[in-house]
Design a binder for this molecule. Sequence first.
Ligand SMILES: [Ca+2]
Length: 146
Amino acid sequence: MYRFLVIIAFCLVPPLKSQETNINFDGKRYVLVRSLATWSDAESDCNSKGGHLASIQSTQEANHFNDIAKNRVIWLGAKRSSSGDWNWADDTLWSFTHWNGGEPSNDGGNENCLATSGGSTAVWNDLDCELPLPYLCELGNNYGDL
Ligand SMILES: [Ca+2]
């Protein structure tokens, strides 16, 4: 009888909609977080998970995450320094870029953080770092099971 009641109880509780999706890609671990955060808060949350906002190194990688994010605008792990250079938060070399046409536009002189454009082609846009957006963390390849 007890088991029967437990099963009924589980059936009545609606499943919580997860705000995070774990992704394994190219031997590395990522988490897509759907709750919204500024770029700095997103990077802090990625740090607390043992990583950084994701760095993207190829068109294939950009397309893969764009498919998973379903064309949402999401934060990626690069920021423009005061000298105007772009740097990845995880210190990988800034070599591959995937800017949308006309980007980085630095509209209003205030777009210093890297996001996807939200379209179907996974290209990039620079946006105001204070915008609340979903984000992609990269946890490296030595992080334990979540
Ligand atoms: Ca822009």
